[in-house]
Write a protein that binds this ligand. Sequence first.
Ligand code: PLP
Length: 688
Amino acid sequence: MTRNTARGIFITGTDTGVGKTVAMLVLGIHLQKAGFNVGIMKPVQCAGKDASFLKKSLHLACDLTHINPYLAPEPLSPHLAFSRIKNEINASKIITAYQHLQQHHDIILVEGAGGLLVPLRKDYLVADLVRDMDLDLIIVARLGLGTINHSLLTIQAARAHGLHVRGIIFNATRPIMPGISQATPLGLPERTNPIIIRQLGHVAILGTIPYLKNFRRQEILTQCHLNLRLIIDRVPDASASQVPRQLAAWDKKYLWHPFTQMKDWLADEPLVISRARGSYLIDTQGRRYLDGVSSLWVNVHGHGHQTVNRFIGEQLNQLEHSTLLGLSNTPAIQLARKLVTIAPIGLNKVFYSDNGSTAVEAAIKIAYQYWQNTGCSNKRLIAHLANSYHGDTLGSVSVGGIDLFHQVYRDLVFPTMAVDFPDCYRAPRGKKYPDYAFECLERFATTLKKRHNRIAAFVVEPIVQGAAGMLMWPKGILKRMRELCHRYKIIFIADEVATGFGRTGKMFACEHEGVSPDILCLAKGLTAGYLPLAATLTTQEIFNGFVFDYKDQKTFFHGHTYTGNPLACAAALANLEVFEREKTLRTLVPKIKFLRERLNLFYNLPHVGDVRQCGFMVGIELVRDRQTKEPYAWQERVGTRVCQEIRKHGVILRPLGNVIVLMPPLSIAMDELTHLLDATYRAIEKKT
Ligand SMILES: *Cc1c(COP(=O)(O)O)cnc(C)c1O
C-alpha cells in the first residue's frame, strides 16, 4: 500500500561554506516554478538564520519548529554546540517533524549541517541521519579549483554509508574573477572539474549555480540551470511508470518461482521488490511493505544494515571468493572460530555449505559415514520426527514428513524411521497433553531400546517444528530425547536452520533445555539474511571418526564449490558483531513479552484455533470449527487469502497452509510490531 507521503531530498555540502543554503533556495525556486508545493527543513542549525531566510524567501507558511527542530546559539559542530546547551540531538524528533511536513508538501528539501561526517552526537553522524530518514542525497560542491578531492571524498563517504547520491550541484561561491561581472566565461577548472568528478565519481551533474550578487527570484530562474528531471527522478514514491510493468512482464516470461503454482502466478500481478530498508521492503513503484516473515525467515537485524553492508563491502575489496578445497581463507577461519565459541558446548568443528538443505544433507552423510568408518556398519538408519521439514534436496526430503511437499518423491528417497511428534494441539482422539507427550517419549525409548543397533542418527528441529506449522515441542521432551540418544549411541542432529540466531529468544533453540547436540545445522539467519551460507557443526569425536590414513578411504568426500565463500562469511561475522553491539537478544525480551500479550487477543476471533509462539516464531492456526478443531479444507486456501488481504495493509506474510506465520526481523521496532499485529488481526477477521 502506498504511504501517501511527500518525497524528500537531503542536501549536503562537501564542506561548510560551499553554499548549501543558496542551493536550497535555487532548488526551491526552480521546483516552485515547476509547480511543486515545496517544503524545507533544516533539522539542525548552529547559529545563523538559514531556516528563517529560506522560509521567508520561499514564502512558506509552515511553523519554524517543524522546519528547524534543533537550534543552538554558537557556530560550532553540532555535537559540541548542543552539549554546551545541555541538549542532545535525537533522530526520532527530527523524523517526527519531517513526517509532519510531509503532510503539507509534495517535496521537501532537507538541508544538512556541515558535511556528511559531521557528528550530531558523539556516535551519530549526519550520514546516519540521512539513512534513518531514508532520503536520497544531493551534494553541493564549490565550483572551481580544489573541488575534485572534496567532492569525490563526499561521494565515497555517502556510498560507504549506503546512501544513494542523486547528483551534484556546483556553486560558485565567489565571482569567478573578482571585480568582473558574472557574465564572464568560466575558467578552465570551472569548466573541466565537474566533468572529471562526474566520470570518477559516477554521479550526475544536476546543475551549476553562478555567483549570485543578490537572491532575486528572476535572476535565479534565468541564470541558474538545473536538471530538474534528474533532481526529482528516482524518488521512491514516483508514480507508476513503464519500468515496473516491463519488469512484471519479463518476470512472467522468464522466471520459474519456487514453491509456487505457476498457473496462479501467471494469472496474477507480481509484486516486484527493488529496495529495502530496516523492516520494510519497497517495490518498484515505491510502495512500502513491512517484512512480516523476514524474507522467508532469514533477516535478523533489518535490511540494509550499516554494519553488515560495511563488512561485505570491505571483504569485497579484499577477496570475493577462493576455494576451501585445498586452500583456506581468512573470513571462513574467523567465522568457524566464532561459531564454535557461541554454539552449544562440545561442537568444535565447522563444515560449510550453501543452504539449509545442504547443511542437513552433510549432517546425515557425516552421521552415516561415521559409523561405517568406526566399525559399526549396522547403524544405517536415520530417524526423524514424523512431520518434520529439513529441506528440499533428496537427502533432506528423505527425513522430511510433510506429505504435500514430499509425497511425490517417495520412490526417490531412502527409507527412514519416523518418530511420532507429540503435537499438543492435535493430539490423537482421547489423548491429552502432557500425558500424550510422555507417551510418545515412552514409545521412542522402547524403539531405541529395541533397534538402536541399527539407528545411526536422529534428526530434529528443536523446540519449534517450523514448516510443519510452527508446532511447539512440549517442555522437557527435547532434553529427554537427547539423553536417550546419548544412552543408545545415536548421533543427535539438531537442525537449527530456522530456529538459530535469536529466533526463539535465545541464540540457539537447544539452549532452552540445556541441550548440546552431536551435530548442529545452521543456515537461514547465519548471514543476517544477506547471502546463502550454511554450517554443519560437529563434535571432536565425530570429526575424529574421519581422521585416518588416506589409503583407508575414510575421507568425507563431500563439498560444494562455493563452500566457505568469503563474502558470505563476512556477512555472518557482521551478523554476530551486531548481536553483540546492539545487544539484540536483550532488546528482544520486551518485544517477545509484548507479542505474547497481544497474541492472546487473537482468541477473540472465532476461527483462530491455536496461537503458538516461541520468541519471534509465531503460528496462528485458523480452523473452520474451534470446538472440534476441524480444519479448513486445503482447497479453500484460507491462509493465502488472509495473506493477500494483509498486503492491503502494507504487510508481507507467507502462510503455512492454514497457519498464519509471523516472523519479523529481530530488529523490528515496537510501533512496527503493533502495525503487524493490528493488520494481521484485521485480515483474519475479514477473511475467516
Ligand atoms: C528452511 C529450512 C531448511 C532448508 O533450508 P534451505 O536453505 O531452504 O535449503 C532446513 N531445515 C529447516 C528447519 C528449515 O526451516
